[in-house]
Design a protein around this ligand. Structure first.
Ligand SMILES: *Cc1c(COP(=O)(O)O)cnc(C)c1O
Length: 404
């Protein structure tokens, strides 16, 4: 049958499928998925968890990334979602109903805490904040309406380490599930499911994506019923992930261990330099022996990420913007895990109940990238010179004032 020109625009000639073998993840796109017969079309919903029924619910590309994440997390199932934030929303909404209570550490990722209060709160899901150092002490906060306990270890910005096994034990005893935001360590340095955590979540936007150009999150579980509840909820919420992004993430995963080891080594040399500087009131990284969470970190983690913080002396706060503006390699930005080094500035004492162990002053969080360590040190050093100049000028001003 000859076909007309319009038809030929949508029905190109079929090429013979000669074998093509590549090491790269194939990108397969679809909204529509077609079926060979009416019977399988009518039973397509049954393919939600494994097969293919519609592009939104999975493509060969997204399923392959999910299998890879499940393998790396020591899980049986993983779900890829559009962002780390989407993963936190999904895990909470799939496990909690109106009238339920969810516990979250004061160190939980800031936008997620805001979401719990302002989005899930009005839906009747009641979030209760707890001190991340309570560990088994969270038992006092568990009641029979508590469905879910979030942990984040080390915590965003201030890096408190939580005793995850102890928290899991008391939460399970009370009938609550435990979800871990494992973004800092990633599956490479800590495997929450090996510690009986029910849901391991990470923002793949960070270490896995690794280049600051990708947004994605994942949830990994060992319980099939829980996986299906998460997948159903993802469908109700209309979550889908583009296959191009999945392939980009897969490419990031392949170099992730090398990148993370390199960033860790550089971070350690930068911390050593910082520890000799008078501008710093406190260094925050669980690999440091005087960090309050060091012993638990050593017990549970396979290594450390190149993301850490320090507390600046409070009297230097007015000089911060000038010092940051003088940085050439370190850029001001609120993410981490990419090839570029970043600094983000915050004041945890303003955003949450005062952590009593934390020295006063602004907190700078550094995410170390792949630049040469000596260049990063030189950049910090020339910018920190401004602190010294500022202090001399400040002292001169104070002297002048005193002389008036
Ligand atoms: C970045 C981040 C998230 C959110 O991930 P997005 O993909 O940016 O939404 C969640 N938790 C932690 C600890 C993060 O650092």
């Amino acid at each position: 049958m000859t076909q007309r020109d319009d038809t030929s625009h949508v029905h190109p000639p079929k090429r013979s499928q000669e074998p093509f073998q590549s090491l790269a993840m194939p990108v397969e796109r679809a909204s529509t998925v077609i079926f060979d017969d009416l019977e399988s079309f009518e039973r397509r919903v049954a393919r939600l968890y494994d097969g293919f029924s519609y592009g939104l619910y999975g493509t060969p590309t997204s399923r392959q990334l999910e299998d890879h994440i499940a393998m790396l997390e020591h899980a049986t199932r993983a779900l890829i979602v559009p962002s780390g934030m989407a993963a936190i929303v999904l895990a909470t909404m799939a496990t909690c109903r109106g009238g339920d209570r969810v516990l979250m550490p004061e160190t939980l990722y800031g936008p997620a805490r805001d979401m719990m209060a302002r989005f899930l709160g009005p839906l009747g899901i009641h979030a209760v904040s707890y001190d991340p150092r309570l560990d088994a002490g969270i038992a006092a906060l568990l009641d029979d309406t508590t469905r879910l306990v979030w942990v984040e270890s080390p915590g965003s910005t201030t890096l408190e380490v939580q005793d995850v096994p102890a928290i899991v034990a008391v939460a399970h005893k009370a009938g609550a599930l435990v979800a871990a935001d494992n973004t800092w360590a990633s599956h490479l340095l800590f495997k929450p499911l090996d510690y009986n955590v029910d849901i391991s979540m990470q923002a793949l936007s960070k270490h896995a994506g690794g280049h600051g150009d990708l947004l994605m999150g994942s949830l990994a579980v060992r319980d099939e019923a829980l996986f299906r509840r998460l997948k159903d909820t993802a469908r109700f919420l209309g979550y889908g992930v583009s296959p191009e992004d999945c392939a980009l993430c897969e490419r990031g995963l392949m170099t992730m261990p090398v990148r993370m080891r390199h960033a860790d080594a550089t971070a350690r040399s930068i911390m050593e330099w910082l520890s000799g500087r008078t501008e710093i009131a406190q260094l925050l990284h669980p690999c440091l022996p005087d960090h309050p969470g060091h012993a638990v970190w050593k017990r549970d983690f396979a290594g450390s990420a190149g993301v850490f913080s320090f507390v600046l002396r409070p009297e230097l706060a007015p000089l911060q913007s000038k010092v940051l503006a003088r940085m050439r390699l370190f850029r001001l930005g609120a993410s981490w895990g990419g090839v570029h080094s970043l600094i983000s500035v915050s004041d945890p004492r303003r955003d949450r109940p005062a952590p009593d162990w934390l020295k006063r002053g602004p907190v700078w969080r550094l995410s170390i990238g792949l630049e040469a360590p000596d260049d990063l040190l030189a950049d910090l050093s020339q910018a920190f010179d401004l602190f010294a100049e500022g202090r001399r000028n400040g002292a001169a001003l104070a002297d002048a004032k005193a002389a008036e």
